[in-house]
Design a protein around this ligand. Structure first.
Ligand code: CP3
Length: 341
């Protein structure tokens, strides 16, 4: 029988809630920091399939979470599209040449930069208990484009939003190219053993409504539709962070099988406004996990109660913070596993 997470993503609403945490494999874990120090950097870890598989499994071994998310990064797609990628200590990612200055056509694709990631998925699936779900992922085209155009993170995605207005045809070509590589990349992950995939649209919240239709809904719908043709059973989780009141339209129009919501969304509102029966994932504030205590327990119970009548995957509203005490994760699991209808 498929595990609890996979069954929930397929629309089942049982007595227990599955739980996994965005960024569950990473710096808040001492065993991650030890392996990272040994391998000397983030990208070398991602490209060492054995190490990446080990990191993917670390939070499962420690906590028995219901899903294992592939240890990789959304910026592997621009890297395979031919940009250079560096993660500089304390600075975050850098991509070059940035597409604010260079044409998309000047990049030379390096598709073999994707294959080692499939090896990681294979290694994880072989070691993962059968009732745990292997989650693949990719960035959504808009979020990936913000890094490709600007070359690094930015406060409000100013450069990319301006380019999208100024040069619609060039920007559309960038989005279309990302859609195409992303479909191949996710298909490769599924063929290697991923049982569900998540599309991370971390910067969906910076777009005006008509731009949201064009750069968030349309490309995610294209990815979902291509994946449905190839893998009719594959659940796709869409996570348009910051989408706010645009969430119901996103859920209806993209065709995603489950929608991830961030901590700014009232769970009672989401339970009422999102399409009936659609699995929802979220949405504890990562800062409540950092602070722990009674306040965290109260809000966790509020979220569990709000989604009692629909399939719900417990998660954070965004990635786990690197200074989060490991005991707080154990406390959260106790509350989620102790809940019953
Ligand atoms: O545990 C997991 O969730 C799986 C692995 C994962 C990573 N990045 C590992 C990582 C996933 C799913 C991501 C997604 C990702 N990467 C997103 C979308 C989700 C989000 O957080 O909004 C984005 C925008 C990125 C791009 C990225 N990667 C940035 C901006 C940074 C630097 C800032 C930071 O958090 O360190 C990264 C580096 C990165 N990706 C690390 C990890 C574990 C830190 C690497 C390190 O220094 O050890």
């Amino acid at each position: 029988m498929p595990g609890l997470l996979l069954r929930t993503l397929r629309g089942e609403n049982g007595d227990r809630r599955p739980i996994w945490l965005m960024r569950q494999a990473g710096r808040y874990l001492p065993e991650y920091r030890a392996l990272r120090a040994q391998k000397g950097g983030f990208l070398p870890l991602v490209y060492d399939a054995e190490a990446a598989a080990e990191i993917t499994l670390q939070p499962i071994r420690r906590y028995g979470l219901d899903g294992a998310i592939l240890f990789s990064d959304i910026l592997i797609v621009p890297y395979a599209m031919g940009q250079d990628l560096e993660f500089l200590a304390g600075e975050g990612p850098h991509l070059s040449p940035r597409l604010a200055d260079a044409a998309l056509s000047s990049l030379h694709a390096v598709p073999q930069r994707l294959s080692p990631i499939y090896d990681t998925v294979k290694l994880v699936r072989a070691q993962l208990p059968a009732d745990k779900t292997m989650l693949g992922f990719a960035g959504s085209p808009w979020t990936v484009a913000t890094y490709m155009v600007n070359g690094e993170g930015s406060r409000d995605q100013h450069e990319t939003r301006a380019m999208a207005y100024r040069d619609r045809a060039a920007f559309q070509a960038i989005i279309d190219a990302i859609v195409s590589v992303t479909v191949d990349y996710l298909a490769g992950q599924v063929l290697a053993g991923a049982e569900a995939v998540q599309l991370f649209d971390s910067w969906a919240g910076s777009l005006a409504p008509s731009e949201f239709e064009r750069w968030v809904i349309a490309p995610n719908a294209a990815i979902v539709s291509a994946l449905k043709k190839r893998f009719p059973e594959l659940p796709v989780i869409g996570f348009p962070k910051g989408a706010g009141e645009k969430l119901p339209a996103y859920a209806r129009e993209t065709g995603v099988h489950a929608v991830g919501i961030d901590e700014t969304i009232d769970p009672v509102w989401a339970a009422r406004e999102l399409p009936a029966g659609l699995p929802v994932q979220g949405n504890l504030d990562p800062l409540l996990l950092l602070s722990g205590g009674d306040e965290m327990e109260r809000e966790t119970l509020r979220i569990l109660d709000a989604f009692a009548d629909r399939p719900h995957v417990f998660n954070l509203g965004h990635g786990i913070g690197q200074t989060t005490p490991v005991e707080h994760v154990a406390q959260l699991l106790g509350v989620v596993r102790g809940w019953s209808r």
